[in-house]
Design a protein around this ligand. Structure first.
Ligand code: GLU
Length: 382
């Protein structure tokens, strides 16, 4: 098996409609074999997320559109959003049953592009996904097609899966498709097309190969697969593109079936740290007491009790500078509270925070996973 899969602690598997459906119904045999393979990974201690398509196709059948003579391509936006609503319930039920058969709990999450791109929502989605995986559940994700408006939709689950992988700091994303990887020309047109085993950087040369392989591969085609690979690589996540056509594709990969791997440029933790430290403009600053600074240096989260004050106006999920008692910046992090709420929480214990806010929010002001500390300054004169 590829070490990128074998060594992954958090694995996202993206499954396209054409693999999951047979004659416009769920292919239960395929699903059962997939659940068996996933259970094997779960037992080996990997955290798993499934990104699955199929809602629109299942809903097209469930709503009887074919009988009215309407083809898939002729569906209006409203009709395909209605189809997604009708099909999603069946898709979720199929996954729930297949995973339950293996003793695994499934948890449905429907995301829009905004949920993965706006930091305010992103922190929530990340936290929920992490909590589910910590409790051994398998999140089953699709795009929330029913409410996403045209201009805000991903429309393809390739990029959605890559954003999810980046959001949870996954180390490997497997895109199962109806093609076994990247070729330097369209293999259906050119018998001598060469298979590409791995890609370090996506450059114009690689992009030209994707253009050459046409758009018959799923809703996104090879172009969206490369876009997904770029998102994953930048987030420190490997992406493996492999065929999911036959039953048990994960077993096939373990037994040496070929695939193309797009190598991560970094590891997920340093990629996230670089994003927090340098990629975001701080919207304000939090002043910390000496106890909080010591706790942070010892790897703890920042609690409201360690706050002595704050400056600036920021929203939940915004980047803030963390300042010590001398006003020196010791690091940066994503604030779990907006500045208006944070002002009321300065110096309060967690219990007092809940009484003051009137609801149960997060215990941490800045979670340690959402924080980067600058290297401690050496002593004076050295
Ligand atoms: N979200 C769509 C569905 O469930 C599929 C998008 C895609 O095919 O990538 O039907």
């Amino acid at each position: 098996m590829r070490p990128e899969i074998e060594n992954a602690q958090t694995l996202v598997v993206k499954i396209g409609s054409s693999l999951l459906l047979k004659n416009e119904a769920l292919n239960h045999q395929w699903l059962a074999a997939m659940a068996t393979d996933l259970a094997g990974y779960h037992a080996a201690g990997k955290k798993l997320i499934i990104v699955t398509s199929g809602a629109v196709s299942l809903g097209y059948a469930a709503l009887g559109f074919a009988r009215t003579g309407l083809t898939r391509d002729q569906m209006s936006l409203e009709q395909s959003q209605a189809a997604a609503a009708a099909g999603q319930i069946e898709l979720a039920q199929g996954w729930r049953a297949a995973l339950a058969e293996q003793g695994l709990a499934a948890a449905q999450i429907l995301l829009t592009a905004e949920d993965t791109e706006q930091r305010r929502r992103y922190l929530n989605a990340r936290q929920t996904l992490t909590t589910l995986m910590t409790h051994g559940a398998v999140p089953v994700i699709n795009e929330n097609d029913t409410v996403a408006t045209q201009e805000l939709r991903y429309g393809d689950n390739d990029r959605l899966a890559a954003r999810v992988a980046a959001m949870v700091s996954a180390d490997c994303l497997i895109l199962l498709s109806d093609i076994d990887g990247l070729y330097d020309a369209d293999p259906t047109q050119h018998k001598d097309a060469n298979f590409i085993d791995h890609v370090s950087h996506i450059d114009a040369h690689i992009e030209a190969m994707a253009g050459g392989t046409g758009s018959s591969h799923g809703s996104g085609g090879m172009v969206t697969k490369l876009q997904a690979a770029e998102i994953a690589q930048r987030a420190g996540c490997h992406m493996v593109l492999a065929s999911g056509r036959d039953n048990a594709p994960l077993s096939a990969l373990a037994n040496g079936a070929r695939s193309t791997v797009f190598m991560a440029h970094d590891n997920p933790h340093s990629a996230r740290a670089a994003w927090i430290a340098g990629g975001l403009q701080p919207g304000g600053s939090l002043h910390l007491d000496a106890g909080a600074v010591a706790a942070l240096r010892a790897g703890k989260s920042l609690l409201p009790v360690g706050l002595t004050g704050l400056d600036g106006q920021f929203e939940r999920g915004d980047c803030v500078a963390l300042l010590d008692a001398d006003g020196q910046e010791i690091g940066r992090g994503l604030s779990a509270y907006a500045s208006e709420e944070a002002k009321r929480m300065v110096g309060l214990s967690s219990d007092a925070v809940h009484d003051t806010l009137g609801y149960r929010g997060r215990d941490e002001m800045v979670h340690r996973d959402d924080m980067v500390l600058h290297a401690a300054q050496s002593e004076k004169g050295q």
